[in-house]
Design a protein around this ligand. Structure first.
Ligand code: ADP
Ligand code: MG
Length: 287
């Protein structure tokens, strides 16, 4: 065949802001019919900000912010960055955590100012008023994380990020190429559905633990689908590697980029459609 055409395709890709691991990658795009999109950092900006703070009666808001902020300061997660920055802004300088543990897809826990603190989806049971505050925040399309210490949930922090300006157009372009978009996230269902609606996606798979994202890809493949996956996080790496075509956001983590076949340098989802269009065209000149 003509390796030259593949080389040309690779060079054109670089101009469009697509880094292609090897010319052979273009082959796998041909039969792709489904595109799984990670939510946070892929469809949304991933730059979250703290929006609301809710505390139960008898709990000091400033203390809750200090303890949660101190723990989240040690994490790189978009939710953690929002909490740490918001807490510092509202409560001043944060204490330093004495111990810290990251629980992937769930949150963080550790020791701050002599208390055992947890932030995220880490409480088995929460008081009714905390549950209500959390549900209200989620209905508003926010990601709500529960904060507590010494075994008791004491408040809720609501964070939100914005859908990227280009995401709705990107989904439309992917559909025009005959692909079915699927939104995949570890975040809660209400938030996921709000984002899906904003960009025009019908199929939503939410509340998926990081280690289970790869199973979602495998399940779609077992249904006979040929799957492209677009993601940015450490938690997307296994799914990106397993997908028939893995596309990483260049703005994302090294783990995601290394696991992928293609990197979208600027983190613009529209370029995912460009990539598929380019490789189909390149292959057409060969066949
Ligand atoms: P996504 O799949 O959208 O990229 P993740 O799997 O990374 O999301 O996280 C899923 C959920 O777990 C978050 O929406 C949040 O509720 C919770 N979570 C994860 N990390 C943290 C953290 N550091 N602090 C608080 N909550 C967290
Ligand atoms: Mg992500």
């Amino acid at each position: 065949a003509t390796p030259t055409a593949l080389m040309v395709g690779t060079g054109r890709g670089a101009q469009l802001g697509i880094l292609i691991k090897g010319p052979e990658v273009l082959e796998s795009t041909r039969r792709v019919d489904t595109v799984v999109l990670d939510k946070t950092g892929t469809v949304t900006t991933g730059r979250m900000t703290l929006q609301d703070v809710y505390v139960v009666d008898g709990t000091d808001e400033r203390q809750l912010l200090r303890l949660a902020g101190a723990l989240e300061h040690a994490s790189e997660h978009p939710v953690a960055r929002a909490v740490a920055a918001g807490a510092e802004e509202r409560a001043g300088e944060l204490p330093v955590a004495e111990r810290f543990e990251n629980v992937p897809g769930r949150g963080v826990r550790g020791r701050v100012e002599g208390r055992e603190v947890a932030v995220g989806r880490l409480f088995e049971t929460v008081p009714d008023e905390v549950a209500r505050a959390k549900e209200q925040a989620e209905r508003d399309g926010r990601t709500a994380v529960v904060v507590g210490w010494d075994g008791v949930a004491r408040g809720v922090l609501a964070v939100a990020d914005a859908v990227k300006e280009t995401s709705a157009e990107a989904v439309q372009e992917l559909r025009a190429l005959g692909l079915t978009p699927v939104l995949l996230t570890g975040d809660n269902r209400a938030v996921a559905e709000a984002v899906a609606e904003a960009v025009g996606i019908d199929r939503v798979i939410a509340e998926v633990l990081p280690e289970d994202k790869v199973d979602v890809v495998r399940r779609l493949q077992a249904e006979g689908r040929v799957v492209a996956m677009v993601g940015d996080g450490v938690n997307d790496a296994a799914a990106l590697a397993t997908a028939d075509l893995g596309l990483a956001m260049g703005t994302g983590t090294d783990a995601a980029i290394e696991a992928s076949d293609l990197t979208l340098v600027r983190g613009d989802l529209r370029v995912a459609a460009d990539a598929i269009r380019l490789s189909r065209r390149t292959l057409a000149t060969i066949k």
